[in-house]
Ligand binder design. Structure first.
Ligand SMILES: [Zn+2]
Length: 271
């Protein structure tokens, strides 16, 4: 039987643009309702209409990407809410705005609301100041783009960092999470399994890249051809950036090195 979300949470799924639909979450009741993420600017009205009477006191931003933060200003104007984001994200969040203030939110802070307490988790990787929110009473994690339903999270330049991303996933393993409500896709009812799968997937990809580079020095595009022999053109750029993200991590760890030439090549670093 389909398990319903607790009464204090309302999921609002908004249309995406290039990407798939985005989930934002309204938490709590009355004047003190919280909103986690905002959707694109164009859907601001839909959000305020769905918030009972438009009463939202605080808007928490998981990260600056437009599908998660862009409507913040319009919603804040309509509801009088204050907007919060991690200091690393604030300058880029404010790029979407005409002047609305954004307050800081950092790892370890506790946000009280009518449903209990939300613990703020600094979970960099997808972006530098990505935040997730753990609702202790219900053991629900609002994961933003740290974990998404039915897919893997995009981690690549300029904002992504594979080492941080892995560390953020590993940190989740220390929490007793009953359910994940992600920024995209369906709720995740087996969080342990999902997180372990994501970690395994990243390790597997790294091993694969190291194995390719053990056979030959490769440029980024040659490496992508090795890892994804069949690749539709529209996935080519994301694949290049994803591979660049992995190489960046392996370079930092001293496992591979870049060799300059006409085009940068990568090789296994001799120890
Ligand atoms: Zn994102």
């Amino acid at each position: 039987m389909e398990k319903k979300l607790p009464n204090q949470v309302k999921r609002i799924t908004l249309p995406g643009k290039a990407h798939y639909p985005v989930n934002i979450y309204l938490l709590g009741e009355g004047k003190d309702a919280l909103l986690i993420d905002t959707g694109y600017r164009e859907t601001a009205r839909e959000v305020t209409a769905q918030a009972a009477g438009g009463r939202i006191s605080r808007i928490l931003i998981s990260h600056y990407h437009p599908d998660h933060s862009q409507a913040g200003e319009a919603i804040a104007r309509e509801t009088g809410a204050e907007i919060f984001a991690h200091p690393e994200e604030i300058p880029t969040v404010k790029n979407w705005f005409e002047g609305t203030e954004v307050k800081t939110l950092t790892d370890g802070e506790i946000i009280e609301f009518s449903g209990g307490e939300l613990q703020v988790l600094g979970t960099p990787g997808h972006t530098r100041g990505h935040l997730a929110f753990f609702w202790k009473e219900e053991k629900i994690l609002f994961s933003g783009d740290l974990v998404v339903g039915g897919s893997t999270t995009w981690v690549g330049p300029p904002d992504g960092d594979g080492r941080d991303y892995l560390a953020s996933l590993e940190r989740l393993q220390e929490l007793e999470i009953a359910q994940i409500l992600p920024g995209h896709g369906q709720e995740i009812r087996h969080p342990r399994k999902k997180i372990a799968t994501l970690i395994r997937h990243r390790h597997m990809r790294e091993e694969q890249i190291l194995a390719c580079l053990k056979k030959a020095e490769l440029s980024l595009s040659e490496l992508v051809r090795e890892i994804y022999p069949v690749l539709e053109e529209r996935f080519r750029l994301p694949a290049l950036l994803t591979a660049a993200g992995y190489l960046n991590k392996l370079e930092h760890e001293g496992k591979v090195e870049a060799v300059s030439g006409d085009e940068i090549h990568y090789k296994i670093k001799s120890q």
